[in-house]
Every structure is written in C-alpha cells, then in structure tokens.
Ligand binder design. Structure first.
Ligand code: MRU
Length: 369
C-alpha cells in the first residue's frame, strides 16, 4: 500500500544485503514513519514481543523471516538442535495469533527437506519470501470476495454511504499488504463505492486510533475515530451497515479470537441485525482447535498499558505517557476475547466466503477434513 505516494510492504528482505530484513516500526506510528532492520532471530523475536510488528499475518511473516535469520546463525555441525531452539524462542513471543506457530512449522517442514546447511539456509530464505508473498496475495483475494458484500449494501442503499465499523487494526499494517478486514474496504473505495469507516480506538494500545486511522488516511478512505463503547449506540441508531473485523485465531468450528472488545461488538451487532463479518487468510485458522473459549490461549499483557496510556503531548509535541488512575490502582489487561461462531454472519477467506461453522469452513478447505 502507499505511504506518501510510495508503495510499501510491512516486511521485506533487504535486496542490498539479503542477510537483513526490513520492517516498519509500528511503535512510532502515526507520528513518524521509521524503518528498522532485523539482523538475527533475536531481533525478530524482539520485534514481535515489543510489537514493532503486530497483527496475525505480519507476526507470521516476521516469524518466517526470523527462521531464515536463525538458519544464518546455526552452526554447520549442530544445525538442527540450534534451529529448534530458535524456533522455540520465536513461538514463545506471543501466544494468541496462530500465524506465529503456523509460519514456524511451515519453515521447519521446508528446511527439513533440504540436505546440507547451505541448502537449508537457501530454502529458509525462499520459504520466508513465499510466506510473505502468499500473505499479501491471500489478503488481496479477501478484498475481492468481501468487495461484493459492500457493493451489495451500497446497491441496496441506492449508492448512499456504506458505514462499516471495525475494531483494532486488521489493516495492511497487520499483514504484509492490503490487510484482512480493510482489504474489502480498499477494494470498494477503489471501485468508487462510497464507504465510510467507524474506527474503534481499541484501548489500551489504541491500534485503531494510531494505525487503522493512519493507513485509511494514507489511502484516502473516509473514516471517523470513535471510543470503544460507541459501537452499540451507533448500531441502535442505524449508523452501521456492517461490522468487519480481523482475527488472530479462528477455530475449525468458526469461533474467533480477536482484539479485546470484539465480542461486545458482535453482541451489539446481533441485537441490532447488523451483519458481522470476520476476514482472515487460511493461515489464521487453527484446525486443531474446536472450542475457542476453552482452547485458545489469551495473551495477558502488562497492566501499565491500561494504567499509563501514551501518545504525543499536544503542547510539547513529545511522546509521553499519562497516569489516569490513583497511584495504587491495579489493572488487568487481557489482549483478546473470543466471539462465538453463532454471532458471526460469515468468514471472508482467500477462497471465498463461508459460514462460521465446521461444515461450511471445511467445504472451503476440504483438505483439512
Ligand atoms: O495485539 P495485536 O495488535 O497484534 O492484535 C492483533 C490485531 O490487530 C487484532 O486483533 C486484529 O483485529 C486481528 S490481527 C489481523
């Protein structure tokens, strides 16, 4: 996607030095656009755990490149054991998004088929690029399938503005390109459909406010930032035509783990007959899991994210954190919740749109039956 008119992906191999991987440092957005360099598997682990990169697809792509960087660090005489240690470190960086272990396992599988350490390094490089390219291509496809849903709403409203509510950032910053939830929105906007996005700020880290608003603005999509609790009110007053969110892990039965607060949006959508769609590439399915509530590990993050929100001070134009509660107040900070399949109107995948139930999901992915 474009940043100030220039086309970027969120992660790429440095052509000038293929032992380096470049990322956009999302901790600096929306205030500055900074590119960072990953030179080791440890750099990749840090980028994921500190959330310089975040979002299911991008976490997966970074893990793919992290495994490639790991192969450059493994010694020729103990390659397998050392690689296994690096793989374990990568997998332990964040618990919820399935793309992380999906990408690490994909790499382990590909690397194991090559024979010499040098061949393994070459294979890992090719596989990392393939994982990233596939993520971008699948997100583009999601846009093509989801576009029709938005176009249909637009037609039913005689071309009046289609209002879409989204939560967190399932945009191109959360993937390698295009995004999952935003891809149909970009496709509709590019096709001339009048579309407007309600962006939940997404406390405590404010990915909606800082990332989704930024990338929609770069693409010229109309949007309005709203506090997380406004969605229900908007839906009760007919101001939302569709809720469209991403997911960090989706079970084979269609339960969806996504950024904390998604479940409440799904309840409100259900109560107000607003369609609630979830967009995801197949790498975000965890086909091993059937019950989202009991089986998906939910990340618990530092209470400081809740107690001390951060942003740019208006007066000094410096990055600052603020205290918003009494000094001794404690907080809890679970990062994700699970929306049960029964509240979901459909899943938009690279192969098409299916219902959020096992039969329908497996009809799109019969090889997982
Ligand atoms: O904690 P994050 O920022 O990595 O969370 C991921 C998300 O942005 C959301 O949950 C998103 O909606 C799904 S990831 C494509």
């Amino acid at each position: 996607m474009n940043v100030k008119g220039e086309s970027y992906k969120t992660i790429w191999l440095n052509e000038a030095n293929p032992k380096e991987v470049k990322i956009i440092n999302q901790l600096k957005l929306p205030f500055s656009f900074e590119i960072n360099t990953l030179r080791s598997c440890e750099d990749a682990c840090l980028a994921i755990s500190e959330m310089q990169v975040r979002g299911a697809g991008l976490i997966g792509a970074t893990a793919g490149f992290g495994m490639y960087l790991a192969t450059l660090e493994c010694s020729n005489n103990n390659f397998e054991d050392e690689l296994e240690n690096f793989a374990r470190k990568l997998i332990s960086t964040r618990p919820t998004a399935s793309n992380l272990f999906w990408a690490v396992n994909k790499q382990k599988n590909a690397i194991s088929k090559a024979s010499t350490p040098e061949e393994k390094r070459m294979t890992a490089k090719e596989e990392a690029i393939r994982i990233a390219d596939e993520d971008a291509a699948f997100c583009k496809k999601i846009g093509e399938h989801g576009f029709q849903l938005i176009a249909d709403i637009s037609n039913s409203k005689n071309g009046k503005t289609v209002n879409i509510l989204t939560h967190c950032n399932a945009g191109w910053l959360a993937f390698v390109d295009h995004g999952s939830a935003t891809s149909p929105i970009y496709a509709a906007h590019d096709a001339g459909v009048d579309v407007h996005v309600w962006v939940d700020e997404t406390r405590p880290r404010n990915q909606g406010a800082s990332l989704t608003c930024w990338e929609l603005a770069q693409h010229g999509v109309k949007h309005t930032l709203v506090v997380d609790n406004l969605g229900g009110h908007l839906m009760q007053h007919g101001m939302v035509d569709m809720v469209l969110v991403g997911t960090d892990r989706t079970t084979r039965t269609g339960d969806v783990a996504n950024k904390i607060g998604t479940y409440l949006k799904a309840l409100a959508a259900n109560d107000n007959d607003v369609p609630f769609y979830v967009a995801l590439p197949s790498s975000t399915f965890d086909f091993e899991v059937s019950n989202g509530l009991s089986e998906i590990p939910i990340e618990e993050r530092s209470e400081d994210e809740v107690l001390f929100p951060s942003g740019l001070s208006q007066k000094r134009q410096e990055f600052e954190t603020l205290q918003i509660s009494p000094t001794k107040t404690r907080a809890k900070n679970w990062g994700f919740d699970v929306t049960p399949a029964k509240l979901i109107s459909g899943l938009i995948c690279e192969r098409g749109i299916c219902e959020a139930n096992e039969k329908s999901i497996l009809s799109l992915f019969p090889e997982k039956a």
